[in-house]
Write a protein that binds this ligand. Structure first.
Ligand SMILES: NC(=O)c1ccc[n+]([C@@H]2O[C@H](COP(=O)([O-])OP(=O)(O)OC[C@H]3O[C@@H](n4cnc5c(N)ncnc54)[C@H](O)[C@@H]3O)[C@@H](O)[C@H]2O)c1
Length: 293
């Protein structure tokens, strides 16, 4: 999407971190009107101060993205305030790490509900509005390098981010005909507040096998991300990618060796069956690669 000036963006998780970096760049450097939606009022209040100081057009909505009815109301409010939403940034997400053997159903449900179903709610809410208007648009989904690489203690988070990749790749092939661009942002470390994600975990997901609001754990987790990229710099990378209509936004070349190894393993497995009789039969029928683009 080349022309962003004066258009509206809806950014989930916009009170903090990566989403706030996106909102600042979109409003401050691309002339967009930004709606920041977040479950935490304190995050929204702090964020709105930044926009007010600079007299930039921003509107805050308290929203739990897992609440479908509230999501529709938020979209209506956003469009009432700033007009049609042309850019949806599905950025809100949470993480809580630990060994898979200790995970409770509540641990699974919380991260799946926010990171996957919350994102689906964003798509289900805004996609029909974009299609109906017929003026195109763009959706940026924030996944993670955990959409490619499984590390110990990240099973739930990793499951959610692989799902975000599946959703994003599907949206890409399905929404092209409507002129709606799709991008997937896969960060490595970013210096945000994600180390204290559990502070936004609702009581209905009460049973956990992992850590709670523990300052020592927060400190340890923060030490992993504090040398990461600044959310403002990442926001600029996202802005340029949206303008170019890039699908992949992977600004972490340090993962090249890992992905080369991983892709090599996948290709080696496919090649192992190149002389398999049933593959040769399917090939002869011309039906060997039904899904290949
Ligand atoms: N920080 C990193 O190193 C990193 C790396 C890769 C991917 N990510 C991804 O980036 C995204 C943003 O994370 P961040 O690092 O900026 O974290 P952050 O905690 O700084 O910001 C996330 C925001 O989302 C909000 N939020 C949480 N649950 C919500 C809900 N149910 N409804 C609405 N808002 C909700 C939080 O209140 C918070 O303001 C997440 O999807 C995360 O998985 C982060």
């Amino acid at each position: 999407m080349q022309n962003l000036q004066g258009k509206a963006a809806f950014i989930t998780g916009g009170g903090s971190g990566i989403a706030l970096g996106q909102a600042k760049v979109l409003a401050g450097e691309a002339g967009m009107k930004v709606v920041i939606a977040d479950i935490r009022q304190d995050h929204l209040d702090a964020a709105m101060g930044w926009f007010a100081e600079r007299r930039l057009p921003a509107h805050a909505i308290r929203l739990d993205i897992t609440d479908r009815e509230a999501y529709v109301r938020a979209a209506d409010e956003a469009e009432r305030v700033f007009g049609p939403v042309h850019l949806l940034c599905n950025t809100a997400g949470v993480s809580q790490f630990g060994p898979i053997e200790k995970a409770t159903y509540d641990d699974w449900d919380w991260q799946l509900d926010v990171n996957v179903k919350g994102m689906i709610n964003g798509v289900q809410t805004f996609m029909p509005r974009m299609i109906e208007r017929g003026a195109g648009g763009h959706i940026v989904n924030t996944a993670s390098m955990s959409a490619f690489v499984a590390l110990p203690n990240t099973a739930i988070y990793c499951t959610t981010k692989y799902a975000v990749r599946g959703l994003s790749e599907s949206l890409r092939v399905e929404l092209e005909k409507h002129g709606i661009g799709v991008s997937i942002l896969c960060p490595g470390a970013v210096n945000t507040n994600i180390h204290e994600s559990v502070l936004s975990r609702p009581e209905r997901y009460g049973s956990t096998g992992y850590y709670g609001a523990d300052p020592e754990t927060f400190k340890r987790l923060k030490s992993v991300i504090e040398s990461g990229i600044d959310p403002l710099d990442l926001g600029r990378i996202v802005l340029e990618a949206v303008r170019r209509n890039d699908f992949w936004i992977l600004p972490y070349p340090e993962f090249i060796p890992t992905l080369e190894k991983y892709n090599g393993e996948v290709l080696a497995s496919l090649r192992r069956y190149e002389s398999d009789p049933d593959y040769l039969r399917r090939k002869k029928l011309g039906k060997a690669m039904p899904g290949a683009r």
